[in-house]
Write a protein that binds this ligand. Structure first.
Ligand SMILES: Cc1cc2nc3c(=O)[nH]c(=O)nc-3n(C[C@H](O)[C@H](O)[C@H](O)COP(=O)(O)O)c2cc1C
Length: 218
């Protein structure tokens, strides 16, 4: 597959066949992904390949209430957990189904990606809003993991729900001080690889010179 096709057709996969993915393949995926860019090339990512079924279940149990809250908040029309104007939902039905969490035992690979905060120059860390630039040193790596998996006929999805309960996860994962949980990536052989992705057109998000400028068009 050429690069442009891969960029345009790598949809999130949350249902997998029972096929295992061996360590050699996971290592090869990570070996490709390590070429991702990061601020100052400081490569702050750390990866825990979670194989222990009990630990997987413990992580799923931590993520479940986050998923429940996400769904309840989304149902009110909000972007859940946004830092600008988020109203926690009045009620949160618990134990909502989730393809990933329900089947975490069976998913071929579960990778928890952390970031070493000592290696991240947080350019917007002093502004009066939630910082955003730090993630840019680790999420390209996560996306490269997904592309490298796709190159091998595998698929998956990056998730961030574990970050919301990071303090609870620290001891389970042996997360070192000054590290942050960035993502949990689920990988496997897709039951179906979505390739027709719904994305906004360029003209809806691109303007000339200024963000209040005219629509950029070719
Ligand atoms: C930063 C980030 C966080 C995400 N968190 C979750 C998550 O917690 N759970 C989940 O199921 N998917 C998660 N996703 C996957 C998105 O839902 C998915 O990329 C998006 O809906 C587009 O899906 P598509 O590629 O199939 O069109 C996340 C993706 C990104 C990039």
């Amino acid at each position: 597959m050429d690069l442009t096709s891969a960029l345009r057709t790598t949809g999130a996969v949350r249902r997998f066949t029972a096929e295992a993915v061996d360590r050699v393949t996971i290592a090869a995926i990570l070996d490709d992904a390590r070429f991702a860019p990061s601020g100052g090339n400081r490569q702050p990512w750390r990866v825990a390949v979670v194989e222990d079924p009990l630990l997987r279940r413990q992580l799923a149990a931590m993520m479940r209430p986050v998923w429940d809250e996400y769904l309840a908040a989304a149902a009110t029309g909000q972007t859940p957990f946004n830092t600008v104007a988020f109203e926690p939902p009045a009620t949160v039905p618990s134990g909502q189904p989730n393809e990933l969490l329900d089947h975490i035992d069976d998913i071929a690979a579960v990778l928890v990606v952390a970031a070493d905060l000592r290696r991240i120059a947080l350019m917007d860390g002093r502004l009066d809003r939630a910082p955003i630039t730090g993630g840019a040193s680790v999420y390209p790596f996560c996306w490269s993991v997904l592309l490298a998996a796709r190159a091998r006929g595998l698929g998956g999805v990056m998730t961030t729900f574990l970050s919301r309960v990071e303090p609870a996860a620290v001891a389970f994962l042996g997360l070192p001080p000054d590290h942050a949980l960035a993502a949990t990536i689920f990988l496997g052989r897709p039951e179906h690889q979505p390739t027709r992705l719904r994305r906004e057109e360029v003209a809806t998000f691109t303007t000339v010179d200024r963000f209040d400028g005219g629509v950029f068009s070719s």
